[in-house]
Write a protein that binds this ligand. Structure first.
Ligand SMILES: C[S@@+](CC[C@H](N)C(=O)[O-])C[C@H]1O[C@@H](n2cnc3c(N)ncnc32)[C@H](O)[C@@H]1O
Length: 503
């Protein structure tokens, strides 16, 4: 269904760009063709009132905050903000679901708003359809094998949560069929310390059940692999530290941003694969060929490595706090085309510790923080970047200071865990970034960080784009491009040129 470019009278409007937006069932015929396309972009989900996942039922192509975002960017100098409506249904390729109820009547879904009551959500309109199919299969396995869902009050039971992730990477299928035929990596969060506990027999039986009825020997091959995670803590943290691969392919590949990407179940992965791909393609245009890039809050380094491959970056440095992402980074880096000749590194570090040291030597810094936004120390380093540059005599450069660092805990935090050298020698420069690319899933924190950056006068907003990463919710994903220093108005630019000519 093609969505038109809409404008709301009396206010600047975002250009709406539509991509594949297939409804779950054919929409009812529209008796009034002049009416707004609200009904054709409706969620049509029976769980809407009870499940906390979606908060917007109509106009999925126009999240409620879109007008506010358009106004905000316009006020800050970006009059051509665009919004990509993306896929409206079946977009979620990664879901973490609670397992509660009883073995005869298991509930697998999200909490009801403000409670810890789990709402069962068969046929959820946001989930990739194969996640829903895998959940149904899991329920059958739970009932048949008498698996006890977790009881939060008592701390008893066996299965606490399940994470389902869909890979649409299947090069043996034509591109148009890959999404529909995605396979599901199932990670079962088991209420025991490790695989040696007495209940492990049941865990293995459940994994075998999924494999027998959803694995490669079935007409429809649904299950990609089965993993176990062991978690006994009584807090709300979903995953424990111990992971075990049980069945199926160990490696989970996806293709986004022009590269093959490996994602372990323990690493961060974007929920909306197709929308993320659109964002990466847009982002690449803002990075010049041969740039040196710092990718902060990097996860498994998907953004940095995609830039290394598509923008022939001189250097890419990824900084991530979760050490579980290291293996996925290494696998992805190994699969980069041979033509990639960047100096690439992945650091298991906290961006908020000595953040300036991560910025030095990069032309472009990409930040993709969690919903709460930038760490205050990083925000401060970005705000004061001009003064650091001005004050720095060559002998006092931030880079040299970083090299003189002696504090063992700071040195430990900066340890390079993965290093791939470029074939041609690349000297790390001492420059500070001229471009800041901010990717945000938290609109409120983004606004605050953005205003703080602009008020410092160290940066101005150059471009901004929105992506419908979470249709049916209040959230959008923002890609904002900041450039160093104050905005140079077009008038000034023109008069500057004239002066040059006449002199
Ligand atoms: C929104 S995710 C983005 C991941 C990655 N850019 C991607 O698109 O796959 C945010 C990431 O920041 C990491 N993170 C959170 N706080 C951090 C910190 N203080 N320093 C470094 N990484 C951090 C999280 O572990 C997570 O992987």
């Amino acid at each position: 269904m093609a969505l038109s470019f809409l404008s709301v009278s009396g206010r600047p409007s975002a250009s709406l760009i539509s991509c594949l937006a297939a409804p779950p069932a054919p929409p009812p015929p529209n008796p009034n063709p002049t009416a707004l396309p609200s009904l054709t972009c409706a969620l049509q989900c029976p769980h809407f009132q009870s499940c906390s996942g979606c908060t917007q039922e109509y106009n999925l192509h126009r999240p409620i905050i879109l007008d506010e975002a358009t106004d905000f960017f316009n006020k800050h100098g970006v009059s051509d903000f665009t919004f990509d409506t993306c896929r409206l249904w079946g977009w979620r390729c990664r879901a973490k679901l609670a397992v509660r109820g009883s073995s005869t009547d298991p509930l697998i879904g999200l909490y009801q708003e403000g409670t810890h009551n789990v709402v069962d959500i068969p046929g959820c309109k946001a989930h990739h359809p194969n996640i829903s199919a895998a959940v149904e299969l899991l329920k059958q396995g739970i009932a048949e094998l008498n698996v006890e869902p977790y009881d939060e009050d008592q701390g008893t039971g066996e299965l606490r949560y399940v994470q389902m992730a869909v890979t649409t990477y299947n090069t043996s299928l034509p591109y148009a069929e890959r999404y529909r035929n995605g396979k599901v990596q199932v990670a079962l969060v088991w209420n025991s310390r490790d695989e040696n506990s007495p209940s492990s027999k049941k865990l293995n039986a459940l994994a075998n059940f999924l494999w027998r009825y959803g694995g490669p020997n079935r007409k429809v091959h649904l299950i990609h692999s089965v993993w176990a995670n062991f978690q006994t803590s009584i807090n709300n943290i979903i995953f424990g530290n111990r992971w075990r691969h049980l069945l199926g392919e160990r490696d989970f590949w996806e293709h986004v941003g022009g590269i093959d990407v490996s994602l372990a179940p323990s690493s961060f992965g974007q929920a909306n694969t197709r929308a993320f791909d659109s964002l990466l393609q847009k982002l690449q245009k803002y990075v010049h060929f041969g740039a040196s890039v710092a990718d902060l809050y990097a996860g498994a380094g998907v953004i940095g490595l995609s830039l290394a491959a598509t923008r022939k970056c001189r250097a890419v440095k990824c900084i991530e706090i979760n050490k579980e992402s290291k293996l996925s980074f290494e696998k992805t880096a190994e699969r980069l085309p041979n033509s990639v000749d960047s100096s690439i590194s992945w650091h298991n570090a906290d961006t908020s510790i000595d953040p300036l040291s991560w910025l030095v030597g990069s032309d472009v810094v990409v930040v993709d923080p969690p919903r709460k936004g930038l760490d205050p120390s990083l925000l401060n380093a970005l705000r004061t970047i001009l003064s650091v540059e001005r004050k720095s005599k060559p002998s006092e450069s931030p880079l040299l200071k970083a090299k003189d660092e002696k504090r063992p805990w700071v040195l430990r935090a900066k340890e390079v865990l993965v290093q791939i050298q470029s074939k041609t020698t690349q000297e790390e420069g001492q420059s500070l970034p001229q471009t800041l690319i901010y990717i945000s899933c938290g609109w409120e924190s983004f606004k605050e960080d953005c205003m703080s950056l602009l008020s410092s006068k160290a940066w101005h907003l150059d471009k901004a784009h929105g992506f419908n990463f979470f249709p049916g919710t209040q959230s959008i994903e923002v890609l904002a491009i900041f450039k160093r220093g104050p905005r140079v108005s077009l008038k000034k630019k023109k008069s500057g040129k004239k002066k040059k000519k006449s002199s």
